[in-house]
Design a protein around this ligand. Sequence first.
Ligand code: SF4
Length: 468
Amino acid sequence: MKLFFGHPGDQPDYHAYEALQIFGLGGNMPAFVPGEQSMWLRAVDDGCGGDIVTIDIPDFDDSKELERFIYLKMSGLTGYSSPWGCLTGVRPTKIVNQLFAAGMDPGEARNELTAFYCAAEEKASLAVDTAINQRPFLDEQRADPSRIGIYVGIPFCPTRCLYCSFTSNSIEKYKKSVDPYLELLKAEMEDTAALVRKQGLKIESVYIGGGTPTSLSEEQFARFISDVVNNFVAPSPYLCEFSVEAGRPDSITAGKLASMRSAGVNRISVNPQTMNDETLRLIGRRHTAEDTLRAYGLARSSGFDNINMDIICGLPGEDEEAFSHTLDEIERLGPESVTVHTLSVKRAADLKRDEKRSMLSSAVTGAMVSMAASRLQAIGLRPYYMYRQKNMVGNHENVAYCRSGFESPYNIHIMEEDQTILACGAGSVSKRVTPGVIRRAFNVKSVEEYLARSGEMAERKRELFILK
Ligand code: SF4
């Protein structure tokens, strides 16, 4: 059965659309106007016509009430309940923080999430626990808003993963562009460092992401890291986090680890995504579980004592047993943090148009998400930041779990949007946060465009600080 809303030709209402997206119908729907007091819901049995249901919509002052109303109607009509109920945003903890700010205690906030937002008990507890664990970081930022984060992006990877929608290009194909890119990136970092000095900002964290930064050669990587250090690390007495998303295990070498250690990198990610070779082959990672074990061992023996590992629930072809095997291996290795993603089938990802999409199951994904939560917490890791994305299999979430004291402030602040982030590199986004206002500056996405127009990027960041 397909369901269609409304009046062809009406303008979409953002909140109504968001609520309908929970039911995965976004692509099929004409829009409707809540102000007209009613909407028409037509149920069509694949091509043979069907019933038309008219629903009166009361006037709502609050968009959350409208979303809840639509969620409950749709849930009644389709029989589907989302684990996050009518919660539509990408940051559930922001809502919990608003409830805390309104004077609720954790128990009351949990009740509000289940009673008003119709979230499952498990999700309500996860959001509240996460908000509690990140509270000291948000308090610190409130006390000193001049603290900022720096992001630097390397948009190259060894191969492109099937589910990827980031700015990522084959390092093989772009071999000739890498050195020119690093040169221009160095210039953008110098301009950004000058802006940091001029504005009297305090760099709290430096995060190197991508892409896969370690897809660079050892020589390129050493040069790049030294440029980062000269611009952002050495001049920053307030720095507490220097993270590198090493990411793909097949790109990690002893030489690159040595460069990172001598530069003062204090957190790296070694991301298996899964410890099952058949899945790795299916999703185009072109590395093996053995490569992950080797890279992890090498990182430990190089002296890294804060390692994150990313895994994904709901990968094509995986069942609970396969996922449980990944968790067994992670538990055996004992990283300081594990980020559990739910597969998100984004528009840009090849997976969306691939036949492997039919191998995804939301029921199995839900069981994996719950399994990860209980097993990781049982070994002493606790949730400390989370976010949701559109098109996540089963409407779940991404959550990072860590041992106490191994939180990444950069990740907390970027998700809670309470800190200014200045970003360098193709596809990166800078964000200036002031009370009640977030202003963004977007860098161009493609490497070709970046090489042609890199001078504009620093200018866009400078404009963020000119209040209009
Ligand atoms: S390693 Fe990350 S950025 Fe690179 S292709 Fe895979 S998902 Fe995309």
